[in-house]
Design a protein around this ligand. Sequence first.
Ligand code: MV4
Length: 581
Amino acid sequence: MPRITRVLVANRGEIAVRIFRACRELGIDTVAVYSEVDRDAVHVGFAHEAYLLGDTAPSASYLSIPKILAVAGRAGADAVHPGYGFLAENGGFARAVIDAGLTWIGPPPAAIEAAGDKLSARRIAARASVPSVPGSAEPIAGPEAITPFAEEHGWPVALKAAKGGGGRGFRVVRGAREAEEAFDGVTREAELSFGSSEIYMERYLENPRHIEIQILADQQGNAVYLGERDCSLQRRHQKLLEESPSPALDAQTRKAMGEAAVSFAKEVGYYSAGTVEFLYEQGPDGPRFFFLEMNTRLQVEHPVTELVTGVDLAHAMIRVAEGNPLTFSQAEVTLRGHAIECRINAEDPTSDFLPNPGSIGNYSEPGGPGVRVDSGARAGTVIPPSYDSLIAKLICYGADREEAIRRTIRALDEYRIEGLVTTIPFHRLVVSSPWFAEGTFSTKTIENDLDLSKLDLGLPGKAGAPLPKPRMVSLELEGKRFEVKFTELSGRQSKPKPPDQASRSLSGSGDTLTAPMQGTIVKVLRAKGDRVKAGDAILVLEAMKMENQITCHVDGVVKEIRVKPGQTVSIGAALAVVETG
Ligand code: MV4
């Protein structure tokens, strides 16, 4: 297999930045794709080249296989990395990439499809002698199958969509009276969400931990496990905090789970990075674990594994995709220290983690010993409602769990994100809690044991929240340095405008739109006399090899266009005048 020279990352946000970094370290060119709303996103600036896919809607951009392949051809990419989410576990996309003669940086399409069907995955687990929760081997035809199953295996019973995953197409039945309504509900949801109404059932474990094993396998049949990640702190099946190693696992159980995961991977003919998820609990006879599902992608939480094993998983995926064998054996895998990842989401922990899209104001990331921030954001970044709410991941490493916790607390206190409500206060509460320090939590802890409604978000002006901390500003007057304390009384956050909007300066005869950056006028989209609305694109400015639409702030009529295509403008140059009203 020839060496990869140019990778198109069919994704956005922090994972696109992460993969671009790996490519740059390997001397590989990078191609970004973006949607309308992502035109000025951080990931676009990280690539050597960037191409517009289309509208903001994922179906018109990051989920459009024809558009992504067309860009790959236009850009001369010879490989595609899918990241996670979007098309990462779409066997059809993998096949289309391979059929286009490009290298797919991911697992074989057949493995994606086999693992994606949860019933087929259970059958593979059985063949690989991997323990699963007692359950039905085939789809169940109706609710009448539930009570006999419970009489044999016990209540409650979990109903799951065969083509499901995550938390969708999932119901818990606690008694015969609930069976029919639960079956009908999960069947409808499965059909709507996954296009298949096939449902199967398992005995439901009440308070398991969610522990997953990182797998790395090559095309020569070698496969290793790279330790585990404890992902038990979730909210409605959305992971919020992950760590490695798990505080619950002993070495013997770790080895048994790792070997089971490798056995599953080999049975499904896997290569590349992948994750086998398990449910873990302390049974009457000791710890026990059960196969849950296999994720055939690089996961959000992969950095905690990278920090405790020293393996760069993005590098490894690229090298395996080129056909290289693994460069180490299982015996050479060592786990050292402890890593904790906090997902910094634009969500409001006091409102049930309701997504909180908007523009980031002032932004500064923590750093220092043992702190890694994988971010897709900066000041001015717009977190749109169209995609997931992940802003960045804070991953902290320590020689042991206590040091990793201390570093996480310190880093969370350093992190500054203004203009949006984020999960930072939630993480600060969790990692400083005694129950977290003791490691005694499960997948139910957040929902059952935490009252977040009173969580202090530290927002200025929010009812009950303290006014912002005074800002210290250094001044030098006649050679003498002074520290001046500024306390904002109103608590109003100054929200910088998103960079794709021309800066607005009021002038006597209306609004003059000025250039937000230096660049060359590529297109003039409006003419004198055109009626425009706030947000309408007036012209296109090319800067940093990227096209930026310059939009209008106000409703009004175009009074004057002061530039022509091909003209170079400096930052602040007058571009157009719009008569408001
Ligand atoms: C389970 C389970 C307990 N018993 N299955 C299914 C979707 C996946 N993301 C997690 N799932 C679970 N399947 C059986 N037989 C517990 C989970 C589970 C979970 C369930 C409810 C609420 C949060 C959860 C977090 C992780 C795992």
